[in-house]
Design a protein around this ligand. Structure first.
Ligand code: SF4
Length: 286
């Protein structure tokens, strides 16, 4: 039986993108190929919030579970789902344990209109080989919609691509796969040539409904997003584009959400909120 290193498994309302407002199970896998230490920082500078917290945790085992972790206002807001110093908070769980955990949190112990969000970290790293075992589990049979929240840099393996195409058509049930691609612009601190990989994202479009979602704060970010959209379109990408305000904490989010909504209108793109920030303060487990 396959096992997956799970940073978090929780039930909440999806706060971002296409499924905003939909009750959702979040499966947050451990590990990411990026750090995104530039979020919320002046261009060219990096945040040390995550590394400082990690150093404290390593020295004194400061935290016993995700819910105890502080929120950060700069850098990656899900830092503990990839920083190696927080590995001890993320158990390796079997498909059985994950499926049981999901049934325990669904209000009727069966899938109704809830959707599954597989997020991270970066959920399309090595875990692609483990998802079929979980999705084939009898307790997952009623699931109809899955979103992969990805940074858009990981190619689908041929086996997993075929599995997803078969999953959508299985048993004549209506099912849908979505790829929510949060491609990282230079404001994240990641390198363009490693973050903007149009051919990878075009391949997701062959498998499921795919959209781009850019975190923006400044006019420079918006110009970068426009340049990236041009690159994706040139490669054949046809899906919609969202812009979303920066801000894992309410103070930062509410400073720029209206500005970003106005940017979306100017460009003819979609605005994605971060509903989890005003609703739940973006605490771990929400
Ligand atoms: S890609 Fe996502 S999870 Fe990974 S470091 Fe960046 S924001 Fe965090």
């Amino acid at each position: 039986m396959s096992r997956i290193k799970i940073a978090e498994l929780f039930y909440s309302i999806q706060g971002e993108g296409r499924y905003m407002g939909v009750p959702s199970v979040f499966l947050r896998t451990f590990g990411c190929n990026f750090k995104c230490a530039g979020f919320g920082m002046p261009r060219g500078e990096v945040s040390h919030e995550a590394t400082d917290l990690a150093a404290t945790h390593t020295m004194v085992k400061a935290f016993e579970k995700y819910q105890e972790l502080p929120l950060v206002s700069t850098g990656c807001d899900s830092y503990a789902s990839w920083h190696p110093d927080f590995k001890d908070l993320s158990p390796m769980l079997s498909s059985d344990a994950i499926a049981d955990g999901i049934m325990d949190m669904l209000p009727y112990e069966e899938w109704r209109d809830e959707h599954l969000v597989i997020t991270g970290g970066e959920p399309l790293l090595g875990w692609q080989r483990a998802y079929p075992d979980l999705l084939n589990h009898p307790k997952m049979a009623g699931l109809k919609e899955i979103t992969f929240e990805t940074n858009g840099t990981q190619k689908l393996t041929e086996e997993f691509k075929q599995y997803l195409l078969d999953w959508v058509c299985k048993e004549d049930a209506w099912r849908q796969i979505t790829f929510s691609v949060s491609a990282k612009l230079p404001g994240s601190g990641e390198k363009w040539e490693e973050a903007i990989l149009p051919e990878v994202v075009c391949e997701y479009e062959q498998v499921g409904y795919t959209y781009l979602k850019f975190v923006v704060a400044t006019e420079q970010d918006l110009a970068d997003a426009e340049c990236a959209v041009g690159a994706y379109r040139s490669a054949g990408f046809t899906g919609p584009v969202y812009v979303m305000p920066v801000g894992g904490v309410e103070r930062v989010y509410s400073l720029n959400n209206r500005t970003v909504a106005e940017m979306a209108m100017r460009k003819g793109w979609r605005y994605s909120d971060r509903l989890q920030v005003p609703l739940f303060k973006n605490e771990w487990g929400t």
